[in-house]
Design a protein around this ligand. Structure first.
Ligand SMILES: [Zn+2]
Length: 302
C-alpha cells in the first residue's frame, strides 16, 4: 500500500511516502518553482512514487484553496492564483488513488493533535510563521475546515494598531506585519541589509536595532491576533511554529506580553502559547494523516 503526502508551500514543494504510523519517509523537496509549477510537482510525485501503485495522496496547500472543487489558488504561486485543479491533475497521474486537498494549516493542526503539543488537548489553534502565515483550528478534537476549506487562515485576521498592505488585497492583516516576507520588507525599508529570515533572526539575537524592532512588531501583532482568536474560539492552547518562530526572545517576549495584555476574559487566564517541536515536515505529516484516513474509511468495518 503506497500512500503519498504532498506539500505545496510558499517556499517549497515537498513529497514523501507515508507509513502506517504516519511518519514521512523518502521525502524530497524543491524550492517553490517560479514557472511550470505543475511540471515540477508531477516530477516530484513520480520520483517519490517510483513504480508503485499509489492508493492515496494527501495534499497540503498554502491557501486560498477550494477544497470542494479540489482547486488551489495560492497567492504564493503566481501561475496558480486564478486557480489550478490540482486534485484532478494528481488523480490523472495516479488513477487508482483517492486524492484529497486541504489547507496546510489544517494539516499542521492534525499533526499537532496526533503527535505534537496538542496530543492531549481537544481545543487548540496552531500557527505557522514562515514567509507567510497559516494556521489551523481544532475544536473538540476535530480539525475545522470551513465552507471552502480555508478555516484557520489566521494570516488574514486583522490586527489592531497595524495597517500594512497585504498581498491578499486588504490591509492590516497579521501576515502583512508578521509574515517573514513582510518582516524582511519592513526591516530593509529601515536600512537592515540581510539576505533572508535566518539572517533577520540572527540579527535579532545579537541585538541589532532594526531587526529587534521588526521582531518586536511581529511579536506584538501575533500576540494581539492570538488573544482575539482565543477569545472567539475558547481554546486553552496556541502552538506557534515555522522557521520565523525560532526568533527567540525578540519575538516571543512581545508576543506573550500582547497575549497577557489582551486575553483578559475569565476563561482565558489558562491560555498557553508554546512553540512547536514537530520540525520541518509537520505539514507533510498532516497531509499523510489525511491520506491514511481515506484508506481507513475505505476498509470494511467488521
Ligand atoms: Zn491579507
Amino acid at each position: 500500500m503506497t500512500i503519498l503526502a504532498l506539500e505545496i508551500g510558499p517556499t517549497r514543494f515537498a513529497a514523501g511516502r507515508i507509513s502506517e504510523t504516519a511518519g514521512a519517509q523518502d521525502t524530497r523537496e524543491i524550492p517553490t518553482p517560479a514557472h511550470s509549477a505543475w511540471d515540477h510537482c508531477r516530477d516530484l510525485l513520480l520520483e517519490v512514487a517510483g513504480t508503485d501503485r499509489v492508493l492515496a495522496v494527501g495534499i497540503a496547500a498554502s491557501g486560498p484553496i477550494d477544497m470542494t472543487a479540489g482547486v488551489i489558488a495560492s497567492n504564493a504561486i503566481p501561475e496558480w492564483r486564478a486557480g489550478f485543479a490540482i486534485e484532478k491533475a494528481v488523480k490523472e497521474l495516479f488513477p487508482h488513488a483517492v486524492v484529497l486537498l486541504t489547507l496546510d494549516g489544517v494539516c499542521l493542526a492534525m499533526a499537532e493533535r496526533q503527535f505534537g503539543a496538542a496530543r492531549d488537548v481537544p481545543d487548540s489553534v496552531t500557527i505557522n510563521v514562515t514567509s507567510r502565515i497559516t494556521g489551523g483550528i481544532t475544536i473538540g478534537g476535530l480539525a475545522l475546515v470551513g465552507r471552502t476549506g480555508n478555516a484557520g487562515n489566521i494570516g488574514h485576521v486583522l490586527v489592531p494598531g497595524f495597517d500594512d498592505v497585504c498581498e491578499c488585497g486588504g490591509h492590516g492583516c497579521l501576515e502583512a506585519v508578521a509574515g517573514g516576507t513582510a518582516m524582511l520588507r519592513w526591516a530593509r525599508a529601515r536600512g537592515w541589509s540581510g539576505n533572508d529570515g535566518k539572517a533577520l533572526i540572527t540579527s535579532g539575537y545579537i541585538g541589532e536595532e532594526t531587526a529587534v524592532s521588526t521582531l518586536e512588531r511581529a511579536g506584538t501583532a501575533l500576540g494581539r491576533a492570538i488573544a482575539s482568536v482565543a477569545a472567539l474560539l475558547d481554546v486553552d492552547l496556541v502552538i506557534v511554529g515555522g522557521n520565523m518562530a525560532g526568533a527567540g526572545p525578540a519575538l516571543w517576549i512581545p508576543m506573550r506580553r500582547a497575549v497577557s495584555d489582551h486575553a483578559r476574559l475569565g476563561y482565558l487566564p489558562g491560555l498557553r502559547v508554546v512553540g512547536s517541536d514537530l520540525g520541518d515536515n509537520a505539514i507533510l505529516i498532516g497531509a499523510g494523516l489525511l491520506a491514511l484516513a481515506t484508506q481507513q474509511r475505505a476498509r470494511p468495518n467488521f
